[in-house]
Unconditional design. Structure first.
Length: 282
């Protein structure tokens, strides 16, 4: 119902202003839904959605994309604005590493553009994908968007008739696949975090509710790849008995966030087999 939609959008807006990094992490899941509501027939919902879309798009953390965000919000409100937005985004020069929030923010525009009848618009969308994915450093950043983005780009490689435009689509598809690599999306559950919390506590007594809360916070921070020591001390292990073990917990959770192959490589690296002494000889 419209009142519930409006209230939900207002809550998301308030949360985005309070915790932009956390909302940025959730953009992959929420941006398309919010973008759809900017076209709602109810004026109150549409107004709340436009405000929400404006605020959450500013949670990407990508300075290169910021000047183009108003165009993204305008494109969400009307299909007629899609072409202009695609043209503007194609002119964005990305220097900063591209992460999941920035990619997610552009998804409503790219989805429309890659489904557009115009081959030129599809080509330009593929150029945007290519430009952004070239600067994806961590495959985990692009993996959450692959189920939606990869089929659209692949379809463009198959349906575009113009050879030059199809070549751009094929290039973007290769860049997208390279950005995702062979990595698998690594997620740490609250149960896994709970085991680690109990392990570092080493039998120290604590309230079960507080234990569950700290485990949930630790799992969330790990999945967001937030391992800043000061943040963990201030926002996760700020109360006893967790304050005395939070650094050990942070280190354990950082290891848990890495693929098993990477952890094994780190464990076996640098084994010293020579036990003798060296001396200079002339």
């Amino acid at each position: 119902k419209p009142p519930q939609k409006e209230a939900t959008l207002q809550i998301i807006t308030a949360l985005a202003l309070k915790a932009p990094k956390a909302i940025g992490y959730e953009l992959v899941n929420m941006v398309s839904a919010v973008a759809d509501l900017t076209c709602d027939i109810k004026k109150e919902v549409k107004t709340a959605a436009v405000e929400c879309m404006t605020v959450i798009c500013n949670c990407t953390g990508n300075k290169d994309l910021e000047p183009f965000l108003p165009a993204v919000v305008e494109a969400a409100q009307s299909i007629s604005n899609t072409h202009k937005c695609v043209e503007k985004l194609a002119g964005c020069i990305f220097v900063q590493n591209v992460e999941a929030p920035a990619l997610a923010c552009t998804m409503p525009v790219l989805s429309r553009g890659l489904n557009d009848k115009s081959e030129e618009v599809k080509r330009t969308c593929c150029l945007i994908v290519d430009n952004m994915c070239k600067l994806v450093e961590d495959p985990a950043e692009v993996l959450p968007l692959m189920p939606r983005l990869e089929p659209l780009v692949k379809s463009a490689t198959e349906k575009i008739a113009d050879p030059e435009a199809r070549g751009m689509a094929e290039k973007a598809y290769k860049t997208l696949q390279k950005a995702g690599g062979d990595a698998e999306l690594q997620r740490v559950s609250v149960d896994d975090a709970m085991k680690n919390v109990k392990e570092v506590l080493g039998g120290k007594s604590c309230d079960e509710t507080e234990l569950a809360h700290v485990a949930a916070l630790a799992a969330c921070a790990t999945n967001m790849r937030c391992f800043d020591s000061a943040d963990w001390k201030a926002q996760i292990g700020f109360a006893a008995p967790f304050d005395s073990v939070v650094e050990e917990l942070r280190a354990k959770m950082e290891v848990a966030s890495k693929p098993k192959e990477e952890v094994e490589e780190e464990d076996t690296e640098g084994v010293d087999l020579y036990k003798g002494a060296f001396s200079l000889a002339y």
